[in-house]
Design a protein around this ligand. Structure first.
Ligand SMILES: [Zn+2]
Length: 673
């Protein structure tokens, strides 16, 4: 399981970018990491620390019309995008053997006139393939082909480390096939939920109509009925937080017992999986539900479902009417963006998704040097020392569990910047005049790469994010923390800033990723990444009591229009935010020990630490995006990533001299790590 520290990418959402006319965005300067002009002195820090630290920023940086959110992170993402654009333009104009593929992908992607002129023709062979299906016996082979070209229909098939033996890569069949972001979107009650479903069905109908499908309204309703049945058989995101709930290693033959209507042998052959005896059937109940759905649904209706998901998947590289339809639902209705972002911005993201390490290799040549790597390594070392000391001092954890936690901490591997060995894309064919073909071939290349891992040793040097990505993650089974080059720059880090700022910003992120190894999911995996209990009964009880305090605290936060955060969904991220910020604070204390206290901009190092933490989260969000995040993302929204954490830290109250009982210094607070 992979745990990013920032918001997850959601299907079809407008990625951050800056409107042409926007004023220069506010970011920390090279001289000082604190954005003094972002502060709002009229909001007392003990009242609402997020607003105190960010209100000036929020007012000066409205959401550009092609965005659904706009925060300091998005400004950095936008700057990175500009750098990537320059690389791609150069690659297209003057390709070298190293840059030809990214240049051709970029050229094809930008060729809107060419895409327009071809219409649906490039997708026609795939649509014809669906039309040609004449009986359910042939469904498995067709679904396998759709999976190969990246279309998520009916279920997900992939490879993963075996939960019980992290040295092995096994095949995995999991729930999937939905067009809405999460199971609850199909069953929530109330006007908002009804409206969203109606808008989704209308979107499917228009998509059908654009592709010339007869009776589009009826087709859309039929697809919604299939998805609702698949959703019903699916686990919720909260249920899926329990690793045991999504791990059922069973003989391959079990698939035939669960879903006899589906020809699994034909599927496995066509999808290209090496011969296997057993696999993880993550959610067996889902495959029973799939059986009932496929058995009762007429073949023509199943074909409509496959057709519309293929159109959805291909939309980005189809004529503009498809792109706009896709944006209208996923960008506008679900996330609240007002307009589609320019083609070039989308093409930077698509090239990064298809050829991320070809692009990243060039990106890091001037964006990331050995000095930055050494500075971050030193920070990681100090955070690790702080965590070791923290574990030893925990009053609630027994000595035996403490010793095992320490072993896991020391075994945690850090990866910084970019991979040591670059991915080889030489077998992936990219053409300068075939945008859709490039998308589908890149998906097939990646799918084959994932399945080829089955039965082979785990490649511990592999990265799950590309180098320019502004994010970080912890991997439970590799027990490693990963920081792509994209995040190791202002506003998160600058070697020239004082310690207080760097520890408050990137330091807290490093601590966040480390703490994931010990949150409600991570603590269930041992130092080698195996799902294995290493906790005493009493310590487990103590952990759960402390975690439930966090669940209740964050479950009380309202994001927009009476929609609250889900304390259980966000438990792991909130635990990591709280633990990570505390660890960074402890590490800063070590760094400051024995040095004279120097105030900068009138703030003590401790105050600057908390201000830097808060300012790394300054973000405007549309109400739609806030609701979408609360319903489907494990990360709390920005204000609560700040206020939820500082309210739990007596160190914060001390730094800002908050009166006991003030909103940011409540009498009852939570602490796990
Ligand atoms: Zn995280």
């Amino acid at each position: 399981m992979l745990r990013p520290s920032l918001l997850l990418a959601l299907i079809g959402l407008a990625a951050p970018a800056l409107a042409q006319t926007a004023p220069a965005p506010m970011l920390p300067s090279a001289a000082d990491g604190l954005m003094v002009q972002a502060l709002d002195p009229t909001v007392p820090p003990c009242q609402d620390f997020y607003l105190h630290a960010c209100n000036g920023w929020l007012k000066a940086n409205p959401i550009p019309s092609d965005q659904s959110r706009w925060g300091v992170t998005d400004v950095l993402i936008d700057q990175n995008r500009q750098k990537l654009r320059a690389i791609l333009e150069k690659a297209a104009a003057a390709p070298t053997p190293e840059t030809r593929r990214i240049g051709d992908y970029w050229t094809a992607c930008l060729d809107e006139a060419g895409i327009e002129a071809k219409g649906l023709a490039p997708l026609q062979p795939e649509l014809d393939r669906i039309d040609a299906l004449t009986d359910k016996a042939g469904l498995a082979t067709l679904v396998a082909h759709l999976h190969v070209i990246g279309t998520d229909v009916l279920f997900v098939f992939d490879s993963d480390q075996d939960f019980r033996d992290a040295t092995q890569i096994i095949a995995e069949a999991d729930q999937g096939g939905l067009g809405l972001p999460e199971r609850k979107y199909y069953f929530d009650t109330g006007k908002d939920a009804d409206d969203t479903r109606a808008a989704y069905v209308a979107h499917l109908s228009r998509l059908f109509a654009l592709a010339g499908t007869p009776e589009p309204d009826a087709a859309a309703s039929a697809v919604m009925a299939i998805e609702t049945r698949l959703a019903k058989a699916s686990l919720t995101d909260v249920q899926r937080r329990d690793p045991a709930a999504i791990y059922h290693k069973l003989p391959v033959g079990e698939l035939d017992k669960l879903t006899p209507v589906f020809a699994w042998a034909a599927y496995l052959h066509e999808v290209g999986v090496p011969p296997v005896d057993a696999l993880n059937i993550a959610v067996p109940g889902f495959f029973e539900g799939l059986q009932a759905t496929l058995a009762d649904t007429p073949l023509d209706t199943i074909k409509l479902y496959l057709r519309v998901h293929l159109l959805q998947h291909a939309a980005d590289m189809l004529p503009r009417r498809f792109v706009e339809e896709d944006f209208d639902f996923y960008g506008k209705t679900l996330a609240g963006a007002k307009e589609l972002k320019p083609r070039w911005k989308r093409c930077v993201s698509f090239t990064d998704a298809a050829l991320g390490e070809d692009l990243g290799k060039i990106y890091v040549q001037d964006a990331f040097g050995p000095d930055a790597k050494a500075s971050i390594s030193a920070l990681v070392k100090h955070l690790r020392e702080a965590y070791a000391a923290d574990i030893k001092s925990l009053p609630w954890m027994g000595k035996e569990t403490q010793a095992k936690a320490e072993i896991k901490l020391q075994a945690m591997v850090e990866k910084i910047g970019y991979p040591e060995k670059w991915r080889d894309y030489s077998k992936l064919e990219i053409k300068p005049d075939d945008a859709l073909g490039n998308l589908l071939r890149a998906d097939a290349f990646e799918g084959a790469r994932q399945l080829a891992k089955i039965g082979k040793p785990v490649d511990k040097g592999e990265w799950e994010m590309t180098p320019p990505t502004v994010n970080a993650y912890y991997d439970d089974q590799k027990n490693d923390i990963n920081f792509p080059a994209g995040i190791l720059q202002p506003p998160f880090f600058d070697a020239h800033w004082d310690d207080a700022i760097n520890y408050g910003s990137i330091g807290a992120t490093i601590g966040h990723e480390m703490t994931h190894g010990f949150d409600d999911q991570g603590r269930q995996f041992d130092a080698q990444g195996n799902l294995k209990n290493w906790w005493s009964k009493e310590d487990t009880k103590q952990f759960k009591a402390r975690a439930s305090c966090i669940v209740a605290e964050y479950g009380g936060f309202t994001v927009a229009d009476h929609v609250k955060l889900d304390g259980s969904l966000t438990l792991g991220e909130n635990t990591a935010d709280n633990g990570g910020t505390r660890l960074a604070y402890l590490a800063l204390q070590q760094a400051l020990a024995g040095k004279p206290v120097t105030e900068i901009d009138g703030y003590t190092p401790e105050q600057r630490f908390f201000l830097a933490y808060a300012q790394s989260w300054c973000e405007n969000q549309t109400p739609q995006a806030a609701k979408l995040q609360a319903k489907s993302d494990p990360h709390s929204t920005a204000a609560f990533r700040v206020n939820g954490v500082v309210a739990n830290m007596p160190e914060f109250s001390k730094a800002f001299q908050c009166a006991a009982g003030a909103p940011m210094a409540p009498k009852k607070s939570c602490r796990v790590w």
